[in-house]
Ligand binder design. Structure first.
Ligand code: NAD
Length: 244
């Protein structure tokens, strides 16, 4: 498939995990891809999404390098653990600053260029944490809930600009992030099994599976879809227990 031929995509957090899988897949399918990251690889562009100056400079660099922008994948994010008492105000501000305001900064810088694209799309990486009430993830879950609401608001506001805005909601995905969490656990194998068991399919999802969902939402194949959250979670959302 080469449905992204002639299109340019910017992917935040594009140097690792889900973002890297997205960048590789879009490139494989014909896009020119700019991977924006705090720790960019060889061809990536340095961009801390918590800095408005860096975000503007990174989008300027994309325009300089490729001359257009059609797809924005807002994927960079950080985690936080614990119940609502576990994190102080500074930590709440820091996680929202990266996970939510980071997406807003990227959108502000990218929208003037996306408006010139005949097939513009924004895909935000949300999480099943937005709705699932996961244990010991109060701050992270709240930030992803905000990403879900932001996605809906942006989809509405930019309908007249013909910019589609959707999000993916991964379940626990096998990425370096989760690898670090497992390494820090007392019993990594037992922790991995517990995370897998939480998902009805009984396994972690792969970064490539999430990337395929992002590619669908970014591509003209989903031309009639906006304001949607696509779960890639081994059935966790669709097969959730329902009340009597
Ligand atoms: P990862 O740690 O493998 O990759 C994250 C990338 O984001 C890294 O390259 C990192 O350098 C970059 N990054 C972090 N802070 C940044 C900043 N301020 N500016 C720019 N780049 C920054 O993580 P991942 O598992 O691939 O997660 C990617 C996204 O997927 C996150 O938004 C995360 O919340 C979401 N997500 C992950 C899972 C999972 O189980 N892995 C589940 C649901 C949602």
């Amino acid at each position: 498939m080469s449905e992204f031929e002639g299109l340019v995509a910017a992917v935040t957090g594009g140097a690792s995990g889900i973002g890297k899988a997205v960048a590789d897949l879009l490139a494989e399918r014909g896009a020119q891809v700019a991977a924006l990251d705090l720790k960019p690889g060889d061809d990536g562009i340095r961009c801390d999404v918590s800095s408005d100056d860096e975000v503007r400079a990174a989008i300027d660099a994309v325009m300089e390098r490729f001359g257009r922008l059609d797809i924005l994948v807002n994927n960079a994010g950080i985690g936080a653990q614990g119940d609502v008492t576990a994190n102080d105000d500074d930590e709440w501000h820091r996680v929202f600053d990266v996970n939510v305001v980071g997406m807003v900064r990227l959108a502000r810088a990218a929208l003037p260029h996306l408006k010139n694209s005949p097939s513009a799309a924004i895909v935000n990486t949300c999480s099943i944490a937005a709705w699932a009430g996961l244990p010991n993830r109060a701050l992270y879950s709240a930030s992803k809930g905000a990403v879900l609401s932001l996605t809906l608001a942006m989809a509405t506001d930019h309908l007249p600009d013909r910019i589609r805005v959707n999000c993916v909601c991964p379940g626990t995905a096998d990425t370096p992030w989760v690898g670090r969490l497992l390494d820090a656990a007392d019993d990594p194998a037992a922790e991995r099994a517990a995370l897998a068991a939480r998902q009805p399919m009984g396994r972690l999802v792969t970064a490539d599976e999430v990337a395929n969902a992002v590619a669908y939402l970014a591509s003209p194949l989903s031309a009639s879809t906006t304001g949607t959250a696509l779960a890639v979670d081994g059935g966790m959302y669709g097969l959730r227990p329902r009340g009597p």
